[in-house]
Design a protein around this ligand. Structure first.
Ligand code: SIN
Length: 513
């Protein structure tokens, strides 16, 4: 289906801007910050301004700033972690431009943690051969960056935010983008623009177990696909090795709470349920091996021992140190009844990051004219088959800025055109239970398209998802939950089809049959 709702541009209200940005995480905000001040920008977000995965990022920002480090060492680590599936030119741009963008954050007043001499502190994480991850507020890096960027963008006169305004579809005609169809208080309206930027983040919430916010339903990729945008690498869904295994916390926050890789960077070790370390059996970098290796190792240990989780042990550090270095992790674990200075932390791998997405060049352009993408929903080729830890925030900065610079030139000679468009298909009005369908999608993805995949499960998943797709796609949308379910099943199908097509294991796509 080209559009998921019937509409007629002559009959719905419209607004006119120069640039529409969908999403208010790091990518959306950083694009807005670099668009020329004479262009009027609308930032549309599905829920509120802070409901995004940027704000949840803990570990930090990977960037070669130390004397013992260099962009070329960061380049090699990124390729090694990515199973060399990365686009080397994209990685080169990324490692070389990360520094200037980090300095820009500092200029904006975003504070990174420093030692008593005023030098930036840095830590290690999986797959990094140097301690190059800078952080803010201990483990509140994402929240502090988001707060700083939001403050900067809110002070711009040319930007208008629309909260609780989900975008339903991208409007295109003959391979060219004209704006978006959005929804406010259950009625549709059009925002015409000279350029549209998709910065909608990832897909974690199509899995039952994830570190992502509940709104991470990958709407951007689903609607991009509907308008003919090329999508790639969707089989590479990254599982974070260490999410807190606590039903109490999962129920309270609606997601698994992340235990940052930086905890291992500061010396924590993984132990199985017999209390034995095990990473030495899987990789020479042991507990700081690349993320795909660690997730699989944990999965393997859990299967061998028939257990629900393994443990992360940082009890050799003092309570004082842990409380200061990891204030959020310390606090949430206490809420779960775990004093991390005395108790081992029960952890489990869960869905965390979408490596694939809308295929872009190095300036955020897609194959659809005037449609751009950046951040987690975009794929410029930096991450390969397995993203190096803490590369996502700086990758968003580098390519969002490039996207903005490209838009500034690209739309100079374009006027916003109020293109007449409509879509009308018969709706299927049978009642369905949207909540149970959503849970079914999440269960299929978790159980059949997880860390280890096999052909039989993937075919089962594809057939089940296709049945769900047929059931929901022609139904009237009515509210944001229904839009999300339609997008979730569309993206789940993209992941499964890509996973079927890649018969050999590579990075975080691991085939056992
Ligand atoms: C972490 O805090 O574990 C790193 C976050 C990430 O890169 O996903």
């Amino acid at each position: 289906m080209r559009y998921i709702v019937n509409f007629d541009s002559e009959k719905v209200e419209n607004k006119v801007y120069d640039v529409v940005i969908i999403g208010s995480g790091i990518a959306g905000l950083y694009v807005a910050l670099h668009i020329n001040g004479n262009y009027r920008i609308a930032i549309l977000c599905k829920r509120n301004l802070t409901d995004n995965n940027t704000s949840l990022a803990q570990g930090g920002v990977a960037c070669s700033l130390n004397k013992e480090d260099s962009p070329s060492i960061h380049f090699n680590d990124t390729l090694e972690a990515g199973s060399r599936k990365n686009n080397p030119s994209a990685v080169k741009i990324f490692v070389e431009e990360a520094r200037s963008n980090v300095l820009k954050l500092i200029d904006l007043g975003i504070e990174f943690d420093m030692d008593e001499k005023g030098e930036l502190l840095s830590t290690g994480e999986g797959g990094h051969s140097r301690r190059r991850i800078i952080y803010s507020g201990g483990d509140s890096t994402g929240m502090n960056i988001h707060r700083g960027l939001l403050h900067a963008v809110q002070s711009l006169d040319n930007v208008t935010f629309f909260e609780n305004t989900p975008v339903i579809d991208i409007l295109t005609s003959q391979g060219r983008c004209y704006g978006v169809l959005a929804m406010k208080e259950n009625s549709c309206f059009i925002v015409y623009a000279r350029a549209v930027v998709v910065a909608t983040g990832g897909c974690g919430n199509i899995y039952r177990n994830t570190t992502n916010t509940e709104s991470s339903t990958c709407d951007g990729v689903a609607m991009a696909r509907r308008c003919g945008c090329d999508i790639e690498d969707m089989e590479f869904v990254q599982f974070h090795p260490t999410a807190l295994y606590s039903n109490r916390i999962k129920e309270k926050y609606g997601r698994f709470f992340l235990i940052s890789e930086a905890v291992r960077g500061e010396g924590a070790v993984l132990r199985n349920s017999d209390g034995e370390t095990f990473m030495y059996k899987y990789h020479e970098m042991k507990d700081l091996a690349p993320r795909d290796v660690v997730s699989r190792a944990i999965y393997n240990e859990m299967k061998k021992e028939n257990s629900q989780n393994v443990f992360l042990d940082i009890t050799h550090k003092s309570r004082h140190y842990l409380k200061n270095r990891f204030p959020s992790i310390f606090g949430i674990c206490l809420e779960a009844g775990i004093d991390i200075s005395k108790d081992m932390i029960p952890v489990v791998p869960v869905a965390h990051y979408m490596i694939g997405g809308m295929k872009t060049n190095f300036f955020g352009s897609t194959n659809v004219d005037y449609l751009f993408a950046c951040g987690e929903c975009a794929d410029a080729g930096v991450h390969g088959a397995n993203r190096l830890a803490s590369n996502s925030l700086p990758e968003s900065l580098v390519f969002s800025r490039r996207t903005a610079e490209c838009i500034n030139e690209a739309i100079e000679k374009r006027i916003t055109e109020k293109k007449k468009m409509s879509f009308n298909e018969n709706n299927d009005n049978n009642v369905v239970d949207w909540e149970s369908i959503k849970n079914k999608i999440k269960n299929i993805m978790n159980d059949k398209v997880g860390i280890e995949r096999n052909y039989k499960d993937l075919i089962f998943a594809r057939d089940e998802l296709y049945n769900i797709y047929k059931l929901v796609i022609r139904k009237d949308i009515g509210n944001v939950r229904k839009i999300e379910v339609k997008n979730m099943v569309s993206v789940a199908l993209l992941i499964v089809e890509s996973a079927i097509n890649r018969s050999k294991s590579c990075g975080c796509h691991y085939r056992v049959g």
